[in-house]
Design a protein around this ligand. Structure first.
Ligand code: B4P
Length: 192
């Protein structure tokens, strides 16, 4: 099985690259951001709570996210594995994911960290904000999301480095260039 985890700053292209990876490697795509946006659109209890954090550029609390993932991880029959997009976003979530995978006889094969300069991240998100209708794609919230990324998500770099699973991906280029960088890493992983 090929279980991939992809993370990076807000707007680093996690969702964009996950769609391409999912198709090329026949994986089951789990995007927590996408899942939460669907809950917000439905107006569910989880959606209302999630929106109160997302619209301020904050992370949804770990306990809610960990519970949510519990229901999503089941043996992905007919796929080659999972791609986790935007989860984990904290070390607490990372530990919970490792435990959950182990309980199901699975493990994370490789972790992709998209490295993108902050000015480029902000530019992409401001552009997306022109048509996305997302409550978090505005200048003030983007600044907060970047701070939250440094404080809460970046410690995952060390967490996965210690497990020897981390690959840094140059993510400043266009979509095709970044995808080419990713396929080099994944193809090497598959050949091993
Ligand atoms: P996410 O939906 O995961 O989104 P994101 O960080 O905003 O964007 P992503 O990196 O996927 O960028 P995309 O490909 O769309 O999270 C949203 C929010 O949900 C979080 O801030 C948080 O509050 C909450 N949340 C989610 N998961 C959580 C968790 N585990 N715990 C707690 N809270 C959680 O790309 C962005 C834009 O750039 C697009 O318009 C795209 O077209 C463009 N683009 C992408 N790559 C490009 C490239 N190479 N060149 C040019 N443009 C590019």
């Amino acid at each position: 099985m090929l279980n991939i985890l992809i993370f990076g700053g807000p707007g680093s292209g996690k969702g964009t690259q996950s769609d391409l990876i999912t198709e090329k490697y026949n994986l089951k795509h789990i995007s927590t951001g996408e899942f939460l946006r669907k809950e917000i659109a439905k107006g569910s209890e989880l959606g209302v709570i999630a929106d109160s954090y997302i619209s301020k550029g904050q992370l949804v609390p770990d306990d809610l996210m960990i519970d949510m993932m519990e229901g999503l991880i089941k043996e992905p029959h007919s796929f080659n594995g999972f791609i986790f997009d935007g989860y984990p976003r904290t070390v607490t979530q990372g530990i919970a994911l490792d435990n959950k995978m182990a309980k199901n006889g699975m493990k994370i094969s490789t972790v992709l960290c998209l490295d993108v300069d902050e000015e480029i991240l902000a530019e992409r998100l401001i552009n997306r904000g022109k048509y996305s209708g997302r409550s978090d794609d505005n200048k003030k919230t983007i600044q907060r999301r970047l701070e939250v990324y440094h404080e809460e998500t970046e410690p995952l770099i060390e967490y996965y480095q210690k497990q020897n699973k981390l690959s840094r991906i140059e993510g400043n280029g266009n979509i095709e260039e970044v995808f080419a960088n990713i396929t080099v890493v994944l193809n090497e992983k598959i050949e091993k």
